[in-house]
Write a protein that binds this ligand. Structure first.
Ligand code: SAM
Length: 296
């Protein structure tokens, strides 16, 4: 998924799905057994493939979203970093997240009392239920409240100081998701957060977007009232450059602090996230320090 891409989904029978990122002169392909389904919702085109080696693949408007084989890295980094960075998260909102993988991870935290997921497109969740049932296995948890609405409007209407964490698990900053990368939206997020609250946003590719999208997120989050922000990076095979990030911004406190003992002693299974990964994520590559104006 990249803001500067176009997809060339080979016609069925040629055996490959390819997402092309013209402006980066790069592309990503997966060998495909068959195209399983394609639906046009009110908001986007959702394509589902069965691949040779990555299981199922969901594509939205030509951008890879999630595959069976590798989605755990993204969903664990989009949830556990913020949850262990918060002192005692009880009320969480997920903006986007329609494949429900992030929701499943958030619900692994026993202290969480309520998770409201607001995706603009119900069709994404219906397709996830059909082709990624393992990501939807916690949807019936009584703490989960799955809604379908524009996250921009939902956050604007949210009761002030009612949330501990807001996870922005959206598509790229184009189309319906464009407004989720704007300072006005961040202001509404900080209004909805309690003191000590955290916003975490999927923040695209460190290699491709450090000087643009990631830098803008830090600037706009500070304008919106963040006391601290930090970008964590992680491998993301099916996204542009194979290198992805999430950016945390805090309403009070430091985005690099976390409950290390709780992370070390977590009582639930993960495949990627652990306390060492969290601590390691605090390190920032030199080129990103320069892009983000981080002094040593
Ligand atoms: N984890 C995958 C990733 O980051 O690529 C996929 C995340 S999920 C599929 C992205 C979701 O953002 C989509 O389901 C899309 O419908 C949703 N989305 C885009 N704009 C939105 C908005 N304004 N409000 C709520 N959800 C939105």
């Amino acid at each position: 998924m990249s803001t500067s891409n176009q997809s060339t989904a080979f016609p069925q029978g040629q055996g490959w799905f390819t997402e092309v990122f013209d402006s980066e002169g790069s592309a990503f392909s997966l060998k495909v057994k068959e195209k399983l389904e394609s639906v046009q919702s009110e908001f986007q085109t959702i394509d589902m493939y069965d691949t040779e080696t990555y299981g199922k693949l969901m594509v939205i408007d030509g951008c890879t979203m999630v595959s069976t084989r590798e989605n755990f890295v993204y969903h664990e980094m989009m949830s556990h970093v913020a949850l262990f960075a918060h002192k005692d998260p009880k009320h969480v909102a997920i903006i986007g997240g329609g494949d429900c993988g992030t929701l499943r991870e958030v619900l692994k935290h026993p202290g969480v009392e309520k998770v409201t997921q607001i995706d603009i497109d119900e069709m994404v969740t219906r397709m996830a239920e059909k082709y990624f049932p393992e990501l939807c296995e916690s949807n019936a948890d009584p703490r989960a409240d799955i809604r379908f609405d524009d996250g921009i409007k939902w956050v604007k209407d949210c009761a002030p100081e009612s949330l501990d964490i807001i996870i922005i698990d959206s598509t790229d900053p184009v189309g319906p998701a464009e407004g989720l990368f704007a300072v006005d939206f961040y202001r509404d997020c900080f209004k909805a957060l309690r003191e000590g609250g955290i916003v975490v946003q999927q923040s695209e590719s460190p290699l491709y977007h450090s000087n643009t999208i990631i830098k803008d997120i830090h600037v706009d989050m500070a304008t919106a009232g963040a006391t601290s922000s930090h970008t964590f990076q992680f491998p993301q095979v099916i996204y542009p450059s194979g290198w992805w990030s999430c950016t945390l911004a805090c309403k009070g406190g430091d985005a690099t602090d976390f409950r290390i003992d709780d992370a070390v002693n977590k009582e639930f299974r993960t495949e990627y996230y652990n306390a060492d990964i969290h601590a390691g994520g605090i390190a920032i590559p030199e080129f990103m320090k320069r892009s983000l104006g981080i002094e040593d």
